[in-house]
Write a protein that binds this ligand. Structure first.
Ligand code: SF4
Ligand code: SF4
Length: 475
C-alpha cells in the first residue's frame, strides 16, 4: 500500500539567495510641511479662512426670527434661509447631492483636485492645526528637533499647549456642528450653564459634540495626509476622470533635468534648471516629490509651485519649473479645454441646475393629505343620509402663519360638514375631520372620486389638491 504523504505546511522559504523580503506594511513617516509664501499660498489662505469662517459663522446667522441654517431633526424640517424642507421634500436633498456630485466631476475633469487643495474640510482643518503647531513649536526644523528631543519641561509645556489648542479648536468645531441641528444660541447657553454646574445638555448632543471633537482632533491633528491617502474615496476614483487636458501640478522634466545640486554644478552647460534643493518636497503636505510625476497623493495645493518659484527667483530663472499645466502642454501639444467629457458633464450640470432651480421656484409651500376613515367605508346617519369621513392634514411650510380655505369637488348632492377654514402656524401642521354626505331620498350618488382643495385665503397662489373616494354602498 502506498503511503500518502500529508501536506500540513507549505514551505515558502526563498530558494534564491538574492531574494529580498518585502514588508507590505510601511510605518508612517512623520511629515512636517515647511511654511511657504507665494501667490498660491495667498489664495489658499483666502479659501481656507473663508471655509472655516463660513462653517463657524453660519449657525449664528438669524433669519425671520430663527436660525438661518437649521436642520431640525426632531421637528423633521430643514430650514435654509427662507426655505423650509419637510420629509416630503426629500427629493430636493437627493437632487442637491446628485448636483454636487456632478459639479465635482465637472471641476475634476477641468481642473483636477483643486477642491482638495483649497476648500476640502480636511485640508482646511489640517491647515489650521499645522498653523497652531508652527506657532507653538516653531518652524519645520524646530519641530523635527522637538520630536527627537528628550522629554524636558519645555517640550512638555509646548506639547501640552499644542494639544490643548488643538482640542479647543476641535471642541468649537464639534459644538458648531451640533449647532446646525439644535439652535446654537440655546446650545451655547446650556453649555455655559454646564460649566457653572447645572448640566442641561442632552445625551445625543453630548455624544455628537464629543464625537466630532475627537474626529476633528484625530483627523486634523494626528492623521492629516493619511485621511487623503487612505480614507478619502475621491483620491482613488479621481484618476479615472483625469485626461491629458486636465489641469495638474507638474514638474517640467524637460526643463529641470538633469538636476544638479549646488552653484558649481550650475556652470555646467547641460545642467537643467532644478538645483535639487528639495524645497518642493519640504513644503508638500503629503510628503511626496512631484518630480517623480503625478501621484494620487497630490492634492493640487500648489505649495510646491510657490516653493520652486521662490528658488527660481534666487537662481535667476523664470518661474514655472513646477506649474499648473496639462499633460498635453508638457508634451508640447495644444491643450483642449472643450472636450466631449467636459461638455457632457457641463451640459448635465447646467440642465440639472436649471431644473432644480425651477422645481424650487414652483414648489408649493403647503401640503394636504387626505386620509379616509378606514374603519367604516360609509355610514348611514339617523336621518338616512350616507356619510363618509375623512381626516385632512394640512402642513404649512412657509415662515408665517396661514389660514387656508378647504373646499371639495364631487358629484352633485354631496354636502360638506366640518370646518371650511383651518389656521396653521408657521412651519406647523394641523388636522381637521370632515364628513361628506348625501340624502339618498333626493339624490343618487354612486361610488366615485372626490377632490379636496386647499387654498390660502391671502391668495398668494398656494394651492393643493388631493383625490380621494366617496363610497356610497352602491356601485
Ligand atoms: S524646488 Fe524646484 S529647484 Fe528645488 S528641488 Fe524642487 S523642482 Fe528642483
Ligand atoms: S506635490 Fe505639490 S501640489 Fe501636490 S500635494 Fe505636494 S505640494 Fe501640493
Amino acid at each position: 500500500m502506498t503511503e500518502k504523504k500529508r501536506i500540513t505546511t507549505i514551505d515558502v522559504t526563498p530558494r534564491d539567495s538574492d531574494a529580498v523580503e518585502i514588508s507590505l506594511y510601511a510605518a508612517r513617516e512623520k511629515i512636517h510641511p515647511k511654511s511657504i509664501n507665494g501667490r498660491f499660498e495667498r489664495i489658499r489662505q483666502l479659501t481656507v479662512w473663508s471655509t472655516m469662517g463660513l462653517y463657524l459663522a453660519m449657525p449664528w446667522v438669524q433669519w425671520d426670527g430663527r436660525q438661518a441654517v437649521w436642520f431640525d431633526l426632531p421637528g423633521r424640517q430643514f430650514h435654509i434661509f427662507s426655505l423650509s424642507f419637510w420629509p416630503q421634500d426629500f427629493v430636493f436633498l437627493s437632487w442637491l447631492l446628485i448636483l454636487a456630485a456632478f459639479a465635482l466631476f465637472f471641476v475634476t475633469v477641468l481642473a483636477g483636485r483643486v477642491y482638495c487643495g483649497y476648500v476640502c474640510p480636511q485640508t482646511t482643518w489640517t491647515r489650521f492645526f499645522t498653523s497652531i503647531e508652527d506657532w507653538i513649536e516653531g518652524d519645520r526644523s524646530a519641530r523635527f528637533k522637538l520630536d527627537a528631543a528628550p522629554w524636558t519641561a519645555s517640550k512638555i509645556i509646548k506639547r501640552t499647549s499644542k494639544h490643548s489648542a488643538w482640542l479647543f479648536l476641535a471642541l468649537i468645531t464639534g459644538i458648531t456642528f451640533v449647532g446646525y441641528f439644535t439652535p446654537i444660541t440655546e446650545l451655547v447657553y446650556r453649555l455655559s450653564q454646564g460649566f457653572l454646574g447645572s448640566w442641561e445638555i442632552g445625551g445625543w448632543e453630548a455624544f455628537w459634540i464629543g464625537f466630532f471633537t475627537l474626529a476633528t482632533y484625530m483627523n486634523a491633528g494626528w492623521m492629516r495626509e493619511q485621511v487623503c491617502m487612505y480614507m478619502c474615496p475621491y483620491a482613488r476614483f479621481q484618476s479615472v476622470m483625469f485626461d491629458d487636458d486636465t489641469l495638474i501640478v507638474s514638474y517640467d522634466e524637460r526643463r529641470g533635468e538633469p538636476r544638479t545640486r549646488g552653484a558649481k554644478s550650475r556652470d555646467e552647460s547641460n545642467a537643467g534648471d532644478c538645483i535639487d534643493c528639495g524645497l518642493c518636497v519640504q513644503v508638500c503636505p503629503t510628503g511626496i516629490d512631484i518630480r517623480d510625476g503625478l501621484q494620487y497623493e497630490c492634492i493640487t495645493c500648489a505649495a510646491c509651485i510657490d516653493a520652486c518659484d521662490l528658488v527660481m527667483d534666487k537662481v535667476g530663472k523664470p518661474h514655472g519649473l513646477i506649474r499648473y499645466t496639462t499633460q498635453h502642454a508638457l508634451e508640447g501639444l495644444k491643450t483642449r479645454i472643450l472636450r466631449p467629457r467636459l461638455i457632457a458633464y457641463g451640459a448635465v450640470l447646467t440642465a440639472m441646475t436649471v431644473m432644480f432651480a425651477a422645481a424650487l421656484w414652483l414648489r408649493v409651500p403647503a401640503e394636504l393629505d387626505v386620509i379616509r376613515d378606514r374603519t367604516n367605508l360609509y355610514r348611514i346617519a339617523s336621518d338616512g343620509s350616507i356619510e363618509n369621513s375623512y381626516r385632512l392634514e394640512v402642513m404649512n411650510k412657509t415662515q408665517r402663519s396661514q389660514t387656508f380655505r378647504l373646499t371639495f369637488e364631487g358629484p352633485d348632492g354631496l354636502v360638506w360638514s366640518g370646518p371650511e377654514e383651518i389656521y396653521v402656524s408657521a412651519g406647523g401642521h394641523a388636522t381637521v375631520g370632515v364628513t361628506l354626505g348625501f340624502d339618498p331620498f333626493y339624490h343618487t350618488v354612486a361610488t366615485g372620486p372626490v377632490w379636496f382643495y386647499l387654498e390660502d385665503i391671502d391668495e398668494q397662489g398656494i394651492r393643493r389638491q388631493r383625490e380621494s373616494r366617496f363610497i356610497s354602498g352602491s356601485p
